[in-house]
Design a protein around this ligand. Structure first.
Ligand SMILES: Cc1cc2nc3c(=O)[nH]c(=O)nc-3n(C[C@H](O)[C@H](O)[C@H](O)COP(=O)(O)OP(=O)(O)OC[C@H]3O[C@@H](n4cnc5c(N)ncnc54)[C@H](O)[C@@H]3O)c2cc1C
Length: 302
């Protein structure tokens, strides 16, 4: 029996052998054995509670920080859709579904004069990805503005996690990777609409100048290392110093504009990206003794 035939009936979309490439920013990777887009949280909870624990589940947000293996992903790939994308304002708090784009949250908060969430205008992912990755930029991170997050575990049990329980550190959450976030509650501050919009414009302009936003990219490839180990150098400075800027493997290249970003020059495969990333890791290790850690999440058989 194929996997899809063994899965429970759902109200959302459930399909076998779905190409994932088109869902990802890097535009590479194979198929999901089964692809599930739940209609709403109840649909997702029902699916999780009726699916055996040994079936692997992987969640995709906007896949702006994901590399999908060329051979695809075994098990079920879950992508939250429209039923999880609502954003509402409650005083100076913002409630957002996990599929809402970070930029939508920033814009909605701005329209209501809620400040503190401007940095989300610069991150092209969803709230689910931000909760998992503790996404941040320009000195602010998800952990600075988050009040609580709603998640479902593998058995479909709903839980509300407060900030402390999420155990955030730089681009990392200490809770189980099996949790699927469905919603977040952020705390903002009252602010002046035009100053908030100015801040958002500045962030967008800075991004346009410094990042290859028109390319197929995956954002920062490597986390910034602990500066006490890297003698104060960021990931991009280490990459630049070892001649990584513009380095190519097949169709994958370290961007000339921002050398910690990988880009797909047209015909890259996931294995080109992996080989390129590994080449950078070994060069940096050899010259600086620093072990770069992938920030891009690799899914499938890497
Ligand atoms: C041009 C560009 C610029 C970027 N700039 C920044 C930046 O400044 N700062 C920054 O932090 N990041 C940046 N990124 C990386 C990326 O946008 C963030 O990490 C973002 O938070 C990922 O969100 P996503 O929805 O795309 O998640 P995905 O890339 O789809 O997934 C990332 C991880 O989150 C998990 N995940 C996604 N949704 C859920 C969910 N609902 N429940 C549980 N787990 C989930 C996935 O399984 C995966 O492990 C950039 C990326 C690009 C392409």
């Amino acid at each position: 029996m194929s996997l899809i035939d063994s899965l429970p009936e759902v109200r959302g979309l459930l399909a076998a052998n779905v190409p994932l490439e088109k869902y990802t920013w890097l535009r590479v990777g194979g198929e999901a054995e089964v692809f599930f887009m739940p209609k709403d949280e109840a649909d997702l909870a029902h699916f999780l509670s009726s699916t055996p624990d040994d079936i692997s589940m992987t969640v995709l947000g906007a896949a702006s920080n994901i590399l999908v293996h060329d051979s695809g992903v075994k098990g079920v790939v879950i992508k939250l859709g429209g039923g999880f994308s609502n954003v509402s304002i409650e005083g100076t708090s913002v409630r957002a579904g996990a599929a809402a784009l970070d930029s939508k949250v920033a814009k909605k908060a701005a329209l209501s004069g809620v400040s503190g969430l401007e940095f989300y205008a610069g991150i092209p992912g969803t709230i689910g990805g931000a909760l998992r990755m503790n996404a941040g930029c320009y000195g602010s991170e998800t952990k600075d503005v988050l009040e609580s997050a709603v998640a479902l575990d593998r058995s479909g049990r709903r839980m509300v996690l407060n900030l402390k329980e999420l155990q955030y550190s730089y681009r990392h959450s200490g809770v189980s990777n099996d949790l699927i976030y469905t919603e977040a509650l952020f705390k903002g501050l009252p602010g002046d609409i035009s100053s908030i919009n100015d801040k958002i414009s500045k962030i967008s302009n800075n991004r346009n100048e410094s990042q290859p936003l028109k390319e197929k990219t995956g954002g920062s490839t490597f986390k910034n290392p602990d500066k006490t180990i890297s003698k104060g150098l960021s990931a991009w400075e280490l990459i630049d110093a070892v001649g990584g800027r513009g380095l190519k493997v097949g169709g994958a290249q370290m961007s000339n504009k921002h050398c910690n970003f990988m880009i797909n020059t047209g015909n890259a495969t996931a294995s080109d990206f992996e080989d390129l990333g590994n080449k950078i890791v070994s060069k940096v290790k050899k010259f600086f003794g620093v072990e770069l850690e992938w920030e891009i999440q690799k899914i499938g058989k890497f």
